[in-house]
Ligand binder design. Structure first.
Ligand code: TRP
Length: 338
């Protein structure tokens, strides 16, 4: 046994559907992943197969997958400590997904609220079957690695419940096969909202209210300086009545690990101009080094691709025993890899 195999295993994934991750991704999920790699046998996956459940331009998708991988390294995931890889490079994800699709009820899949939301926005005829089976591919991602835990945001809870149900169903039908994973909901220490519309969570779909990790300094500065505030000019944390100002305080708190009380006293008698300027400086202190590191990694794409291939090989090795066991349990001929 290697030392890593004695640590509990975790799996998580992120979609390569934007040119860059944003500060909300960093403070919500990615920073947590960087900590978890120290204590867990960790697998982090750029889920490019999930990305194609909606239309993608092929060259843009390929670029985003590589840049996403680079960003994961740049924020501090270390391929020596954890496994970072792209989903499409490990065939076992789709292979297990098919088997699990055949264990999933049509009604059960139809109850997934994220599918209902996304398909109602796209219109029924324009939604793909892939969007419908998205959560089953997600279950395959997790179960393939026998993960004990899955760090995700609250919005993924229903997909994780489906994953657990599928694991339990398979185990009771075919014999112990899968670890039933725990949901590790990453508690948001601070809720980061849209700079232009503080009633919405910060999201890549609203670029002017969203600071991307790869934003140039000037761009980030402009976004933060034009953040929506209010007219009473007192720097105080009050998410209900002062959501814009509270968001700027929350950003500083999350990045610098300070308390709201100390920030409030620091800003007593000072105005929004100072708050915005300093929030920008604090944000810059985290995004600028990430952007520099990503650009450095991108100067040698061959080396970056080789790191990605190595991650995929580690993932394939970890996935293979599970797929073999599943194929055996389900009644396929021995030696599935040919
Ligand atoms: N659905 C997840 C999201 O949108 C991404 C994802 C895909 C994932 N596979 C996963 C998360 C497996 C955790 C585990 O955030």
């Amino acid at each position: 046994m290697t030392s890593s195999s004695q640590k509990p295993r975790i799996f998580s994934g992120i979609q390569p559907t934007a040119d860059s991750f944003h500060i909300g991704n960093l403070l919500g999920a990615l920073r947590e992943w960087v900590k978890l790699q120290e204590t867990h046998d960790s697998f982090f996956c750029v889920v490019d197969q999930h990305a194609i459940t909606i239309d993608q331009d092929p060259e843009i998708l390929r670029k985003r997958t590589l840049v996403s991988f680079a960003q994961l390294l740049a924020v501090g995931l270390d391929p020596k400590k954890c496994t970072v890889f792209a989903q499409s490079q490990v065939a076992a994800h789709s292979q297990l997904s098919w088997v699990l699709q055949c264990q999933t009820g049509f009604g059960e899949a139809s109850r997934m609220t994220q599918f209902k939301d996304k398909s109602s926005k796209a219109g029924n005829d324009r939604s793909t079957v892939g969007l419908f089976t998205y959560p089953i591919l997600q279950a395959a991602d997790i179960l393939l690695y026998q993960a004990n835990g899955v760090p995700v945001g609250e919005d993924q809870r229903q997909h994780l419940e489906l994953t657990r149900d599928l694991a339990q169903r398979f185990n009771s039908k075919f014999g112990e096969t899968f670890v039933v994973p725990e949901v590790l909901v990453v508690k948001e220490t601070s809720r980061i909202v849209d700079l232009q519309d503080p009633s919405a969570k910060m999201s890549k779909s609203s670029p002017s209210g969203c600071v991307f990790l790869l934003d140039e300094n000037k761009t980030a500065e402009k976004k933060i300086k034009s953040a929506v505030t209010d007219s009473d000019a007192v720097v105080r944390f009050d998410e209900l009545n002062k959501p814009g100002v509270s968001n700027l305080l929350a950003l500083q708190k999350a990045i610098n690990n300070t308390s709201i009380e100390s920030l409030e006293s620091e800003y007593s008698g000072r105005g929004y101009g100072d708050l915005k300027k300093e929030t920008f400086e604090v944000v810059l202190s985290v995004i600028e080094p990430i952007r520099t590191r990503v650009n450095q990694l991108l100067t040698d794409p061959a080396e970056l691709e080789s790191l990605m291939n190595k991650g995929a090989q580690k993932a394939r090795d970890a996935a293979e025993p599970t797929l073999n066991l599943v194929y055996d349990r389900i009644g396929f001929p021995a030696n599935p890899q040919g």
